[in-house]
Design a protein around this ligand. Structure first.
Ligand code: HEC
Length: 155
C-alpha cells in the first residue's frame, strides 16, 4: 500500500517534466542551497591533488589556477560555515601565499616543501576540529588519467 502511494507520488511528480522537459525552474530550496562543508572539502581535496601534480609537472599556469581554486574553496568554507575558527583559515593564508610565490618563481623545490606545509595546515585544522581521522598527505599517484598535467607543448 505504502509503496503504491509512493509510486503514485513519483508519477505525479514526473508528469510536469515529461510535459515540458525544458522548463526546469528553481525551487525555493534551490535558491537557498548551501553546499555541505564536506562537499566543499571534497572539492578542496581535488584542488589539493591537482595542485600537487601541476607543480610536480612544472605546469606553473595550471598550478596557479588550482591554487586560486583551492584558496577560493577555503574562503567559501569560512564564509558559509561560521563554526570554523577564523584562525584556522588564516593559518592557511601564509602557506598559500608562499606557494603562490614559488609558482611565480617557477621554483619546483620550494613548491614541494611548501606543499607539505600546506598539507600539514589541512591536518592541523582537521585535528583541532575533532576531525583528526581525516588525514591528508602529499599524493603519490595521479588519479586523473583524463587530464594532462605537464604543460602543453608548443610546436
Ligand atoms: C579551517 C579548517 C579546515 C581547513 C583549513 C581544512 N579543512 Fe578539510 N575539513 C574541515 C572540517 C570541519 C571537515 C569536516 C566536515 C564535516 O564534518 O562535514 C573537513 C573535511 C575534509 C575532508 C573530508 C570530506 C568528505 O566528506 O569526505 C577532506 C577530504 C578535507 N577536509 C580536505 C582538506 C584539505 C585538502 C585541506 C587543505 C588544503 C583542508 N581540508 C583544510 C575543516 C578544515
Amino acid at each position: 500500500m505504502k509503496i503504491r502511494v509512493l509510486i503514485g507520488i513519483l508519477l505525479v511528480g514526473a508528469l510536469p517534466l515529461t510535459a515540458s522537459a525544458q522548463s526546469v525552474t528553481k525551487s525555493p530550496m534551490n535558491e537557498q542551497y548551501l553546499p555541505r562543508l564536506g562537499d566543499i572539502m571534497n572539492n578542496i581535496q581535488l584542488r589539493h591533488i591537482k595542485l600537487s601534480f601541476a607543480g610536480m609537472a612544472q605546469n606553473w599556469e595550471l598550478a596557479a589556477y588550482e591554487l586560486r581554486q583551492l584558496r577560493a574553496g577555503l574562503e567559501e568554507a569560512a564564509a558559509m560555515y561560521g563554526g570554523i575558527p577564523v584562525t584556522n583559515v588564516v593559518t592557511m593564508t601564509a602557506p598559500i601565499d608562499s606557494i603562490g610565490d614559488a609558482i611565480a618563481a617557477k621554483d619546483g623545490k620550494r613548491f614541494a616543501k611548501l606543499f607539505s606545509e600546506l598539507t600539514a595546515g589541512c591536518n592541523g585544522c582537521h585535528q583541532s576540529m575533532g576531525r583528526g581521522y581525516i588525514q591528508m598527505r602529499v599524493p603519490t599517484e595521479q588519479p586523473f588519467s583524463n587530464q594532462v598535467f605537464p604543460p602543453r607543448r608548443t610546436p
